[in-house]
Design a protein around this ligand. Structure first.
Ligand SMILES: Cc1cc2nc3c(=O)[nH]c(=O)nc-3n(C[C@H](O)[C@H](O)[C@H](O)COP(=O)(O)OP(=O)(O)OC[C@H]3O[C@@H](n4cnc5c(N)ncnc54)[C@H](O)[C@@H]3O)c2cc1C
Length: 380
């Protein structure tokens, strides 16, 4: 199996590709030195319900694009036209949900630092645009969202979506300044999400199990934020039901995009927000807006709209099975993952950099189904 995935596969951030293979390659970090490291757990085995994987249980296959920038997401400000302030907030790769509140906070800071008040426009109604719009409202701005697509038709609706720092930037391209900005955004976002846990927003804490053939080093994103995964530890074979040589357990938040994005839109409207469906074809269209402040949250759309040639789509495909409410844990290997949600059991993952077709790939679907059949078929 290989976990590409928008999911928590810890090596994904380093590889961002790999789509085949039938072995469990290292997904987890070597925690022998950490307080909860090797041998720390000696509790009884968790009782986990088996996921029922079969082609007959597939209810849909969906495709979305991660807006990836090798140097990392962009949050900065520049003048636009004669007297507008343009703040960019896009390029979140495989963790736009994870980072959304954090980069929204940083973008709102850029707006506040300008000293301007009054009307603000947010371009984009995905997870990043909605969080940005809400934080600007909280700071007293009169906000309008302009977007070509609204939920449920945004890429954000396709996200897995676990709270996990994954496919943020290419290691060779990220600067120290970006790393500091990323860490700040991730920590802010983690805190914001904690206040939204519950059915209203579709945010839940869940255990996740990382299965691997061998221990490996965690990618830099995880290492930087390891304290946010407070109960992370390696399990002994007697403590888990999986047929994998190495199993790591931690707990993180999982978001149901359909519920979550609708809830944010509701909050936006309650706070007096205005929403308009509009496509922007050039910066001149943006200059023509009545709002003197504009925050660009168009994700992949920034490639054409603001001529950002660095941004690249990374195609992700999910196979969704009939819901199983009794499944209350997540699983990831290096190139596969399973997230349980009320709208179905989400099976991923794929990572195809530069691929922009919305057409599902039947070979990828077969790999995902066969890989998960092997994982759950072998559960003790
Ligand atoms: C399969 C898959 C799994 C994923 N799993 C996770 C996960 O587990 N955790 C996680 O954190 N992230 C995950 N992601 C990544 C996450 O989905 C993205 O990082 C996130 O959705 C980006 O949000 P966004 O708001 O920037 O972009 P989008 O959701 O694409 O929203 C962009 C908005 O801008 C609008 N727009 C664009 N161009 C224009 C234009 N020219 N004019 C007007 N409007 C425009 C669009 O219509 C839309 O409203 C996953 C992604 C995929 C595909």
């Amino acid at each position: 199996m290989s976990v590409s995935g928008s999911g928590p596969g810890r090596q994904d951030a380093l590889r961002a590709a790999g789509d085949s293979g039938t072995t469990l390659t290292a997904a987890g970090g070597d925690r022998a030195g950490s307080p909860g490291g090797a041998g720390a757990g000696s509790g009884p085995r968790d009782r986990l319900e088996r996921v029922l994987v079969s082609p007959e249980r597939v209810i849909r296959t969906i495709v979305g694009f991660r807006p990836f920038r090798p140097s990392g997401f962009r949050v900065d400000a520049e003048p636009l036209g004669d007297n507008k302030l343009l703040v960019h907030n896009y390029g979140h790769g495989g963790c736009g949900v994870t980072l959304s509140w954090g980069t929204a906070h940083l973008a709102a800071d850029k707006v506040s630092e300008s000293g301007r008040t009054g009307m603000a426009a947010v371009l984009g109604c995905g997870v990043v645009g909605l969080a940005t719009a809400r934080l600007l409202q909280n700071r007293g701005f009169d906000v309008a969202i302009y977007a070509r697509e609204l939920p449920p038709d945004t890429n954000s609706n396709i996200a897995g979506a676990s709270w996990y720092p994954h496919l943020v930037a290419d290691d060779t391209r990220r600067t120290a300044a970006f790393t500091a900005q990323f860490e700040s955004a991730a920590r802010l976002s983690h805190r914001y999400f904690q206040d939204l846990v519950g059915d209203d927003y579709g945010v839940r804490w869940r255990r996740q199990y990382f299965l691997s053939d061998a221990p490996a080093q965690d990618p830099w994103e995880y290492t930087l934020l390891s304290d946010l995964f407070r109960d992370s530890r390696r399990l002994r074979p007697s403590e888990h039901p999986f047929a994998a040589p190495h199993v790591l357990l931690d707990t993180t938040m999982f978001v149901e995009p359909a519920v979550y994005l609708s809830a944010l839109l509701r909050d936006f409207h309650f706070a007096g927000g205005r929403l308009r469906v509009q496509t922007f074809n050039s910066p001149a269209d943006v200059v023509a807006l009545p709002e003197p402040i504009v925050v660009n949250c168009t994700g992949l759309g920034s490639r054409e709209l603001f001529d950002d040639r660095e941004i690249t789509p990374v195609k992700g495909q999910l196979t969704v099975l009939l819901p199983q409410p009794e499944v209350d844990y997540a699983v990831a290997t290096d190139d596969l993952y399973m997230f349980p949600r009320t709208d179905g059991i989400i099976l991923g993952g794929t990572h195809e950099r530069g691929v922009e077709t919305r057409e599902p790939d039947s070979a990828a679907e077969r790999r995902i189904l066969e890989g998960h059949t092997a994982i759950f078929g072998a559960m003790r």
